[in-house]
Design a binder for this molecule. Structure first.
Ligand SMILES: [Zn+2]
Length: 443
């Protein structure tokens, strides 16, 4: 079996990425290529001692280790930990996570990590900002436990069995996707007919099934529905409990359904009555209001009828409102699921998904930093109390994805920008009912 762990070394004042590749095959030899440094070549002795401190014997395998780039000069002991993890993975002592594994640190003979060179670690963190945050560990066993936990968290078997769609969206759509998948927030998704809102819903459902490790209901009501049928005991609302209710083309639904949905969302639900709610709509009846490529053919009265349908009660029930734009950011499913699982693990400790957190959970467990309080206060003056609770929930989800203990001002700012009740979202337009719709014909 072959395992790869990523690390970094300072080389000529520059941080250089190092890839450690380890293969384990039957036999009993150890071979290392890519360094002549005596300290680095003694790493197997330190790792052997570290393994012993955990009660592990050195694996009875023929182990080949390559340190890429092979021709670069490497020295020191900071690759000890990544080497140990690579050996543990290659010899099936721990699962191989589906995402890249990054590690850095020198080991002493009892398996403890030597005091790291702070500057080096900070530099590594900066240069791999796009990747999951590094977890600080004291001992090689703690690193391995963390990795095992990640392995479970990432559920890599499930990820690999599913054929993931190869889709590309704009970056903020991906962010919204992660917030919804990890935090449970109801989303109003708007986009022109060329934006594939159905793909968004189906990918979300897949991710939720991976996160929950089981099949979940997916309800996609089609056509005209009556309020009664929709909310009857075996209707769409009921059947989607615990899963995803995806209402596409919401602009063609009767206003009565939309307003009943808003009321149902605002009502207090028991934990058993929870679902992911995704409402997708075109920006107008023809679909092209605000489009750069096609002209909107709607009359002013059709436009205002469209806006009236989505009344304030309904809009207030959504935590997130987002306009999907064309984009080129490709799906990174493994990383996305890893981040969602990590955010979920933090939420599990609070006992509830952020979207469903009660006011008392928010007050006692959401940990708003002073900067977040300031941002909330500013927003509260503009929007009023009710809206703030949703902002707290979304900001907490952003902080959980970010891996910060406290909700910071920037998380609140993000929640504000994605709640769309303030300011324009798309070019010159807004999802808010308070803003008059723009129509080329009426100007
Ligand atoms: Zn139109």
């Amino acid at each position: 079996m072959i395992a790869t762990v990523h690390s970094a070394l300072l080389h000529g004042g520059q941080l250089t990425a190092i890839r450690i590749e380890v293969s384990a095959e039957p036999g009993l030899k150890f071979q290392m290529s890519g360094t002549r440094d005596p300290v680095m070549r003694e790493a197997p002795d330190r790792i052997r001692a570290a393994f012993q401190s955990m009660g592990w014997r050195w694996p009875g395998k023929r182990i080949t280790m390559l340190l890429h780039p092979l021709d670069m000069h490497k020295s020191g002991a900071t690759l000890d930990l990544p080497m140990a993890l690579a050996i543990a993975m290659a010899t099936a002592r721990m699962p191989v996570p589906p995402h890249h594994v990054w590690a850095l640190g020198a080991l002493n003979l009892s398996g403890r990590l030597c005091q790291p060179d702070k500057g080096g670690v900070a530099q590594v963190k900066r240069s791999i900002r796009r990747l999951p945050p590094l977890t600080a560990v004291n001992h090689v066993s703690q690193a391995i436990d963390t990795m095992k936990h990640w392995g479970q968290l990432a559920g890599h078997d499930a990820v690999r069995k599913i054929a993931w769609p190869d889709i590309a969206w704009d970056a903020s759509t991906w962010l919204v996707f992660e917030l919804v998948a990890s935090g449970g927030h109801p989303l109003l998704l708007e986009g022109h007919p060329d934006q594939d809102k159905v793909a968004f819903a189906h990918a979300l459902h897949k991710v939720l099934e991976v996160l929950h490790k089981r099949q979940l209901p997916l309800r996609e009501p089609a056509g005209m529905l009556s309020v009664k049928a929709f909310f009857s005991p075996s209707g769409e609302w009921d059947q989607s409990t615990g899963g995803l209710l995806f209402v596409n083309q919401a602009q063609v639904l009767p206003a009565s359904i939309l307003s009943a949905m808003g009321q149902a969302m605002m009502a207090t639900h028991s934990p058993a009555d929870r679902r992911w709610l995704l409402l997708a709509r075109n920006p107008c009846a023809c679909g092209y209001q605000g489009s750069q490529s096609q002209a909107c053919l709607c009359t002013p009265s059709a436009l205002s009828a469209h806006e009236r349908k989505f009344n304030v009660t309904l809009l207030q029930a959504f935590h997130l409102m987002h306009v999907m734009e064309a984009g080129k950011v490709k799906a990174q499913w493994d990383e996305l699921i890893y981040r969602c699982k990590k955010a979920r693990a933090v939420q599990a400790k609070r006992g509830v998904l952020n979207a469903f957190a009660s006011k008392s959970v928010i007050q006692s467990h959401f940990q708003l930093a002073p900067s977040a309080h300031e941002a909330m206060l500013k927003e509260g003056l503009r929007q009023g109390q009710a809206h703030l609770w949703h902002l707290c929930r979304v900001a907490r989800s952003a902080a959980d994805l970010d891996g910060t203990k406290h909700v910071l001002g920037r998380h609140v700012a993000l929640a504000v920008s994605l709640s769309a009740r303030v300011g324009p979202l798309g070019p010159g337009r807004s999802l808010s009912t308070s803003q008059a719709p723009r129509n080329p014909r009426s100007q």
